[in-house]
Ligand binder design. Structure first.
Ligand SMILES: N[C@@H](CCC(=O)N[C@@H](CS)C(=O)NCC(=O)O)C(=O)O
Length: 310
């Protein structure tokens, strides 16, 4: 089964999750807790993505990182339903819009979110307004792109629409109202929200603030060609109720157990949770222990995991 290295609030990971849902592809989510910073030192994770960022997709032997590239990979490998137009002109328009979203629209949303995450007295009102205006200008531009059509390119739902979904969903939280005069954009956003793939995304929700007060939201981080960059850090540093336990379990879950076939502990745990009862069952489901060392290394670890299963 495919695996997605993921962080719930990461807009880039959300883009990929929408595509996986649209194509009805099953996958295991591996939560990388960006708040800890551990992912930047974790050799196993850096082998998957030398930039140390989510999302990363693993499909059998294929490892792909960068949301736009992952979505193109999924489109080529699993072409139904099509999320790219058939003509090269249309495909170029999709890519242009994705580029605009990733490098301008999304970073503007990130800058607003970064300001709002500060205590009110420390917020830079001018900067906040500048990027809210930037988003408003972006929406106007999208109204022109839509030109009365249902979706951005050729009237067909595509990777271009998907790129904008994560930012569009948080506009109210950023204090950006969509001008009701932008009829096309207003209808487009409502149309997008009706899609089951987007409802799933909303349903997955954010990692909630802990009742103990937790850290405030940090910058929504994005690769950007802007003059300014969001403060370094994960896209959102909200916390769960049991932050430490979550952190430990996540870091542990991407420890490689089967060295020959590079099978991670999280994958074996999933197999055991999914009903694997014996070592042979685990092997069948994950291929762990089928490499050169003939389970000499991973065998005892997997047997121990089986013995300890709840
Ligand atoms: N261009 C990348 C950007 C991915 C990205 O910036 N991911 C952020 C989370 S939203 C990340 O993993 N940051 C971790 C870090 O920088 O340490 C993509 O489209 O996938």
């Amino acid at each position: 089964m495919m695996e997605l290295y993921d962080y719930p609030d990461c807009p880039f990971a959300q883009k990929v999750r929408v595509v996986l849902a649209e194509k009805e592809l099953e996958y295991n989510k591996i939560f990388v807790d960006l708040r800890t910073g551990e992912h930047r030192q974790n050799a196993d994770f850096l082998k998957l993505n030398p930039y140390g960022k989510v999302p990363v997709l693993i499909d059998d032997e294929v490892v792909v990182y960068d949301s736009t590239i992952i979505n193109e990979y999924l489109e080529e490998e699993y072409p139904h339903p099509a999320l790219m137009p058939e003509d090269s002109g249309g495909r170029a328009r999709v890519r242009t819009l994705e580029d605009y979203c990733d490098n301008s629209f999304l970073p503007s949303a990130g800058f607003v979110q970064a300001e709002l995450s500060k205590p009110q007295a420390e917020q830079d009102a001018e900067r906040l307004q500048r990027y809210r205006n930037e988003l408003a200008r972006g929406l106007k531009r999208l109204e022109q792109f839509l030109g009365g059509k249902e979706y951005l390119v050729g009237g067909q739902f595509s990777l271009a629409d998907i790129a904008f979904i994560p930012a569009l969903l948080i506009l109210p939280r950023l204090g950006v109202d969509v001008d009701p005069g932008l009829r096309g954009v207003t209808a487009w956003i409502n149309r997008l929200k009706q899609r089951p793939s987007v409802k799933v995304l909303e349903g997955e929700g954010r990692i909630r603030q802990s009742s103990s007060g937790g850290r405030a939201s940090a910058a929504l981080r994005a690769t950007t060609q802007h003059d300014e960059r969001p403060a370094p850090g994960p896209c959102d540093a909200a916390v769960t109720d049991d932050e430490d336990a979550l952190r430990r379990s996540i870091i542990d879950s991407y420890r490689i157990v089967c060295i020959c076939n590079k099978i991670r502990k999280g994958v074996i745990e999933k197999a055991i949770r999914g009903g694997a009862q014996s070592f042979a069952d685990v092997q069948r489901r994950t291929r762990a222990g089928t490499g050169d060392c003939k389970a000499e290394r991973c065998g005892p670890v997997i047997r121990d995991m089986l013995a300890k299963k709840p």
